[in-house]
Design a protein around this ligand. Structure first.
Ligand code: F6R
Length: 628
């Protein structure tokens, strides 16, 4: 939530900042702004409510020139989306500027105190309190009357700035990824993080700052991940990392494997559509090198627990939010089926405060695309604090959860930019399928059974490619129903989480009310919603509960509800009953969620487009929910 970008080098800062903000827009998009340090140190700020295009238009008329700058795209937490509340915010009398990601919980008391000292606030944000607090700490550190800071941009002279930032941070409660520029010290950006991601990109006589490394694609692939409580001083030629309490620390530079095409639309109208169509490949990437035919099992390089330790686990807890939670539900079915281990799935926002009894043979998996979700991180920390091994299933390399977990599995699905998660979901499901195979083979699953699972996994990308060919059929169905105001999504067993996921996709991008239910549960309440204007989407491939779900479908038809059915190819039985059918290839039950979810992603996408919704940036949402 909220995106930060920064640049110090030889390019025009605004070019880099605007490009970076466009790529970060998925993190928040209600307002944006940049600050650039001009040659004489003057801090020029341009900001605007609304999308980055409005900021870019303002910048065109503003002629802001300079080689050092910071930018921000906002997801409002304190105060509505207005020009005034957009970042950057000035501290003092235009002596410094701040951009901030996170939430400062004690900002009100800081603001009251600073107002008492004469500071004037122009916004409703918590960030402005940081800006003025920094200014007041700077004055204290320098003992001057006007916040004057006569240091040259040489490393040794940054000490007063760092001291002032340290003093301010010590007074903040909450989370921050923040970047500051000082009028009297042009050329320098100071950054700090606690609980909100920040990376530094290292170039040739230039440095970048970003809340997400993938937005630096095409600029640099050399990335330094800042850890909590770290501060960094960034100039064109220098990167110096300090621990908030322990002084200078050395940093590692990681080479990231990303391509420009990972973050561009490459001809698609929306990132969501691009990411839906990438799934054949992303699933292959998630499985690559992890399935061993020789041993009929899966291998994971990064679990960081011995086979003996893993074999000793008797219970698994899967925790996640949103779409990742739905993947966890799929994982529960898979692990219990193949490994016969009890699995519990819990919303991270509940787990973090619920204090459930966990015995000492419990293993926690946090499932998260971004690796930054605040509730998932807090749940992981809570369970880790109790001494349990914690692993992550995560897409974003180097993210906070990936770093804090004892080990885990990367999805290798590439950057997911559309706010509605698609390819991460299917990769999470396939990672969980491999995990189920792995735990199954540690326990009672035979070599032959393991091998059959591997064969089925190998065939999965082809089945997904076929499912993607439903696009035209789905588009026609979307045209028929896109004006409906309510939808039901119904499925059983492995397809129950798919029903939840299909409903979530529809509501988040098209703003249509949709509910997902276990198909049989529908008659305990939601069936009251059924009428001729409320379509029910049945996920009904052949499998163990096929006949049962058929009965549920007939119950809906008997009440005049239109039925859209996702079925296996050649299913004439359902075709005779449903109003519309979408045919997907048959796969084993445990892989059905990965195949049946594809047309539901497409259905949500096409309906949203027909309703002229902003598919990639749905209202009120943001990717990477870093606030509680
Ligand atoms: C829905 C969606 C969200 C996320 C949720 C968790 O399409 O994307 O529900 O799944 O915010 O995010 P991660 O997986 O990054 O922890």
């Amino acid at each position: 939530m909220c995106g930060i970008i920064g640049y110090a080098g030889y390019r025009q800062a605004t070019d880099v900042l605007v490009q970076g903000l466009r790529r970060l827009e998925y993190r928040g998009y209600d307002s944006s702004g940049v600050a650039v340090s001009e040659a004489d140190g003057t801090l020029q700020v341009v900001k605007s409510a609304g999308r980055i295009d409005r900021l870019a238009a303002r910048l065109e008329g503003a002629a802001v020139m300079g080689h050092v700058g910071i930018g921000h795209t906002r997801w409002a937490t304190h105060g509505p989306a207005t020009d005034e509340n957009a970042h950057p915010h000035f501290g003092g009398s235009h002596d410094l500027v701040v951009v901030h990601n996170g939430v400062i919980e004690n900002y009100r008391s800081i603001k009251d105190r600073l107002q008492g000292l004469g500071y004037r606030f122009e916004s409703a944000t918590d960030t402005e309190a940081i800006a003025h607090l920094l200014h007041s700490c700077l004055e204290d550190a320098l003992g001057t009357e006007d916040g004057g800071l006569a240091v040259e941009p040489e490393s040794d002279n940054y000490a007063p700035l760092v001291d002032a930032v340290r003093a301010a941070l010590a007074q903040l409660q909450g989370t921050y990824g923040l970047a500051v520029m000082f009028r009297r010290c042009p050329g320098v950006i100071l950054v700090a993080r606690l609980g909100s991601p920040l990376v530094v990109g290292v170039g040739d006589h230039e440095h970048y700052l970003a809340s997400d490394a993938s937005c630096l694609a095409g600029y640099t692939d050399q990335i330094v991940y800042l850890a909590d409580h770290e501060l960094a001083v960034i100039t064109a030629d220098e990167l110096r990392v300090e621990h908030r309490d322990q002084g200078h620390v050395s940093h590692n530079v990681h080479t990231l494997d990303f391509q420009q095409g990972d973050v561009d639309l490459v001809g698609y109208d929306h990132y969501m559509l691009k990411e839906i169509h990438e799934q054949t490949e992303t699933l292959r990437n998630t499985m690559r090198g992890r399935l061993s035919v020789d041993e009929a099992t899966a291998h994971f390089g990064g679990l960081n627990l011995t086979t003996r330790q893993l074999r000793g686990m008797e219970r698994i807890v899967l925790t996640a939010c949103g779409t990742s939670y739905h993947a966890a539900l799929v994982g529960e079915y898979m692990i219990e089926e193949f490994a016969r281990m009890p699995v519990e799935v819990e919303y991270a926002s509940e787990l973090r405060y619920r204090n459930p009894p966990l015995d000492n043979r419990t293993l926690l998996f946090a499932i998260t695309q971004s690796g930054e979700t605040a509730d998932t991180l807090a749940a992981l920390r809570e369970v880790k604090r109790k001494g349990h091994p914690t692993l992550a299933i995560c897409n974003v390399v180097g993210s906070t959860i990936a770093q804090e977990a004892d080990g885990g599995i990367y999805l290798h699905a590439g950057p997911e930019i559309g706010v509605a998660s698609t390819k991460a979901f299917t990769s999470q499901c396939v990672a969980l399928a491999m995990l189920a195979l792995y735990f199954g083979r540690l326990r009672h699953l035979s070599f032959g059974a393991g091998l059959r699972i591997i064969e089925q996994l190998h065939q999965l990308p082809t089945a997904v490619a076929q499912a993607l060919r439903t696009n035209d059929v789905v588009q026609r169905i979307a045209r028929k129903y896109h004006r409906c105001r309510n939808f039901l999504y119904l499925g059983r067993q492995y397809n129950y989480p798919v029903a939840l996921e299909g409903a979530l996709k529809l509501k988040e991008i098209s703003y249509i009310h949709a509910e997902g239910y276990p198909a049989a549960e529908m008659k305990h309440g939601p069936i009251a919603l059924v009428d001729e204007h409320t379509p029910s989407v049945f996920i009904l491939p052949r499998g163990t509960v096929y006949d049962k779900v058929m009965s549920n479908l007939e119950e809906i038809k008997a009440r005049g509800g239109p039925v859209i059915a996702v079925v296996n190819e050649g299913d004439t039985h359902v075709a005779g009953l449903a109003d519309d059918i979408i045919e997907v290839p048959a796969v084993e039950d445990f892989l059905q969620p990965i195949v049946t979810t594809i047309p539901l992603q497409l259905l949500a996408y096409h309906i949203a487009v027909m309703r002229e919704c902003d598919v990639d940036k749905p209202r009120n949402l943001a990717k990477s929910v870093t606030v509680e």
